[in-house]
Design a protein around this ligand. Sequence first.
Ligand SMILES: [Zn+2]
Ligand SMILES: [Zn+2]
Ligand SMILES: [Zn+2]
Ligand SMILES: [Zn+2]
Length: 301
Amino acid sequence: MNNAAAIRAAGELLLSCGVAELPIDARKLLVSRGVKVMPYGKAKGEKKAALEKLIAIIGARDGFTIMDKSGRYTVMYSESGECAERIGFTLAHELAHIALNHEGALSAAGERLSREENEADAFARELLAPAALLLLLPKPLTDNDRLIFRLSNAAWKVRQQKAAEDRLLEGAELSARLAERFSPALLGRVCSYCGAGFSAASAARFCPICGSEEISRGAHGIRYSGIETDENGRAKRCPVCGCEDELTDDSCPLCGAPIRNRCPVCSFQADGSARYCQACGSPTAFYAAGFLSDWHEYGQK
Ligand SMILES: [Zn+2]
Ligand SMILES: [Zn+2]
Ligand SMILES: [Zn+2]
Ligand SMILES: [Zn+2]
């Protein structure tokens, strides 16, 4: 086992468990595998004394995993004075030991192998913030981006430092599958005013449908209709004269109508349904030309 195998195991686990939302809930993943998850504080009396002794021996300040006689795992973790982000990482780290069949973490008094610790950390950061997803975020990454994955400041720093390296270990095929699965959660935005759902690879300040600034991350908004565009953002046929040939410019060669839904102010390339520029809030070329109905009227026809 090595970091590459650990990272791939984390990616495959994410894909196989059907999760598509962010942040990843490591506790849920543990519980769904039949693992008992218990904070240190739950141990009372004799059990507490035994636990404290055990923690001192194995040096498990944050958490550790034990297996009972029937083969059932329990993850114990420290909750006092720890932020939710750090606990989440600890649980992901312990899930790694279980998923990777690590020996050291299972023998209560056994020495923790640094190789296994490295693998568990690699697994945990990949599980919580797959390297493939960092590539999809607008650059430069900000401290706020760590909230998407619910990582602590320290874990987010390491995640960023190792993103390129981990992305190579992931491999192109797994990266593509992870990106496909999580891009709606990662890039999806929902407008709380008109309910529109849209995708924003770059910074989105305005709703492209109603122009509101009340937008938040989410994958389940309404899809408003618009003009069908190609991969370059050009209408497949001219919305005015229906011309389908030689649409290689920003306007129709026959009638001069705009066929690319750009923002006239900042040149942002909007998609075919955008009434407003998501970067600056100005009406788009298609909306200004009257090709798109006002969002209020949408659905009334
Ligand atoms: Zn560990
Ligand atoms: Zn809106
Ligand atoms: Zn035309
Ligand atoms: Zn603009």
